[in-house]
Structure formats: C-alpha cells, structure tokens
Design a protein around this ligand. Sequence first.
Ligand SMILES: CC(C)(COP(=O)(O)OP(=O)(O)OC[C@H]1O[C@@H](n2cnc3c(N)ncnc32)[C@H](O)[C@@H]1OP(=O)(O)O)[C@@H](O)C(=O)NCCC(=O)NCCS
Ligand SMILES: O=C(O)CC[C@@](O)(CC(=O)O)C(=O)O
Length: 376
Amino acid sequence: MYQIMINDTTLRDGEQAAGVAFNLEEKVAIAQFLDTIGVHELEVGIPAMGEEEIRAIVAIRNLDLNAKLLGWNRAVLSDIKASIACGLERVHIAIPVSGVQIAAKFHGQWRVSLQKLKDCISFALDQGLWVSVGGEDSSRADENFLQDVAMLSQEWGASRFRFCDTVGVLDPFRTHLKVKHLVSTLSIPIEIHTHNDFGLATANALAGIKAGAVSVNTTVNGLGERAGNAALEEVIMALKCIYGVDLGIQTQHLLKLSQLVAKASGANVQPWKAIVGENTFAHESGIHAHGVLQNPVTYEPYAPEDVGWERRLVIGKHSGRHSLSNLLEQHGIFLDSQETQAILDVVRQQSILKKRSLTTEELLNLVSEKRYSHAT
Ligand SMILES: CC(C)(COP(=O)(O)OP(=O)(O)OC[C@H]1O[C@@H](n2cnc3c(N)ncnc32)[C@H](O)[C@@H]1OP(=O)(O)O)[C@@H](O)C(=O)NCCC(=O)NCCS
Ligand SMILES: O=C(O)CC[C@@](O)(CC(=O)O)C(=O)O
C-alpha cells in the first residue's frame, strides 16, 4: 500500500461533539501528544470562531511541531483571513456539495457557492497558503456534481480534496466505489472523512484508503459530531494489524492519549471500545482465560503493550478453575480441584449479587473465610 497520512481532527471535528469544549491548555496538550507519537497532520480548529480559538491555534503553532497544521474554514473570505491571523500556512475550505445542503445553506444557488469557493481558493493561494477543499456531504451528492466540484477545486489550485461522509450513511462497499471514482479522475490526493452514525466510520475510512485515499481524518476515541468520527486508535491499529501498514506512529502511547482526550472532553470511553476501552485486554470467561494462560494469541489480536495496556485476568461469574487457580497460586494458595470448584461456586453467587467481577482482595478474603487457604 502507498504512504498513508493521518490528518487528525480531534481539535476540530472532535471538539464539535455536543457539550465538548477544550481550553487552551487542553488543546495545546492534545496537539503536543499527537505530534510526539508521530501523527502527520493536525486540523487544529476553526479560526473564524474568534479570539479564544485563535489564541489556542497560535499557541499550537508556536510549538513548532513536526506535524503539519491545518485550519478549517467555510468558503468565506473572513474565515481565511482568520486562519492567516493564526499564522497557519495550510487552510481547508469546506463547501457543501449535496442538494439538501446547498438548498439549506445557499438557497439552492450552487453557482454562488462555487464562486465563493473559487474566490477563497484564489485569495488563499495569493497569500501563499496551501489549500485543501472539502466536499461537505459528498456521500449524498449527485456524483457528477461532486466530480465537477472536485475537478474545479483541482483546476483552481487546491492541493487535496476531502470526500466527506458527513452524516455517516455509507457502507464500506459504496465508500470504496465512490472514492475510487474520484481517485481515478483527479490528480490531486484524496482525503477520506467518515462519521459513525451507523457504527461504520472506521470501516468506511479503511474502505476509502483501500480505494486510494492517501489521507484519512480521525479523532481520538472517535470523538465528534453525533456518533463521532473514525477513531484514530482504530484506524492506526487496523492498518497495522489487518493490512500490515505501519504508519510510523508510536502506538504504545495510544492509551495515554485516549485518557488525555477523555479527561479534556469529559466524555468517558465505554469499556468495550476498541483499542482503548478498559476491557480490551481483560479476560473473565473460563475458556478464554484458560486459552490465554496457554498462549495469549488464542484470544488477543495483538499484544496489550502495543497500545499501552497490561493484560488482566478477572475473576467473576464466567470464570473457570484454571484462571482461579492461577490467581490464587500467585498469592501462595494451592487448592485441590474440589476446593477450587467450591470457591468458584461462591464466586458465581457473589458476582451475581454484586453484579460485577470480584477484586483480588475480595477473592482472598473469601478463600480465607472458607478456610481453604494452605499457604506454602
Ligand atoms: C463558523 C461560525 C463562527 C459562524 O457563525 P455565525 O456567523 O453565527 O453563523 P451560523 O453558525 O449561525 O450559520 C452558519 C452560516 O455559515 C454559512 N455556511 C455554512 N457552511 C458554509 C460553507 N461551507 N461556506 C460558506 N458559508 C457556509 C451558512 O449558510 C450560514 O450563513 P448565513 O449566516 O449567511 O445564513 C460558527 O458557526 C461557529 O463557531 N462554528 C464552529 C463549529 C461549526 O459550526 N462547525 C461545523 C463545520 S460544518
Ligand atoms: O471539511 C469538510 O469539508 C467538512 C467536514 C465535516 O466534518 C463538516 C461538519 O459537518 O462538521 C463533515 O463531516 O462534512
């Protein structure tokens, strides 16, 4: 596969998640972390939002990061001027391309919207900026119109075109078809931007990449509008482990990054969230725990350390003898099979009552209460 670039938009589309508002320090810390682990490009925010946002973007710019920095703009000249005021050298200009969006935003006057786009590209280029264009709602746009907007953007001097599945209505097959069509007709690179309304954001991002998109938008924890965006950690690990494409990103820090963004956004990660959820490397079920004790590959697609986790064997309702004995033996307690089974029976009852697994301390107390402990 060709070189893929991550353009992470946690600081723009991620922060657009309802109720999320990063302060300057949080924006700077997230940008710095993303850069440190090797993310190639950061969409840092929307300068048109005003003073506070500009201050945060300037602070990020002053960090002199390795990552390229991109400001998000409407096809509005004052937006581009605000990006320039931030000292940004790269601007992204979004333009709606579906009938429904053009009707709502430009009263159906697509010629007017294209003229605005042309003027903004031209102004940005005159200022020496690098320009990317985004087709908002590309997935629901008339295919010919989308094609025309992308071609015109290229002709007017844009250096990249972003295909947006704005309301997450595509599946991987249709994403592949649509992106492939654009890739085959344009000479500038295509970026894929997907949303998770049907839980397909990461799958669609991968399909876009398979179809030839060379840049992919992600957000940490999949944070973003409504059901969110393609998750950075999922895209990176899927590319690495499923497609064998190593983006050169230090994946062992993904968990820490996730925790940083969860804290700053006030949006907790669900335990079963891929890659960064706390259950990702927790094994309770007896058959799984037994398998993992023999060889972790039985129930783990990659090693926990690869993303910053440690494996956990949890004792609860679904546990079996092997993992229970394993844990107790680590504490110098050796039981025969009858005793082990008796403890397991109590563990099941207790887990149902408590509606959770047991802590090690609870388990050890339970063993000593039952007087099954024979410390060596
Ligand atoms: C950008 C922002 C400063 C504009 O604020 P505002 O002037 O109060 O305007 P509203 O947000 O209420 O309305 C959006 C306006 O932008 C227009 N617009 C929307 N997308 C556009 C585009 N791609 N290009 C040009 N104009 C666009 C709308 O038609 C509307 O125009 P109008 O004021 O002439 O009717 C404000 O919406 C904001 O802070 N947004 C940040 C987050 C955000 O909206 N992100 C979405 C990205 S799609
Ligand atoms: O950059 C673009 O061109 C559009 C990106 C966008 O995030 C806009 C949004 O709805 O906030 C999308 O999903 O369409």
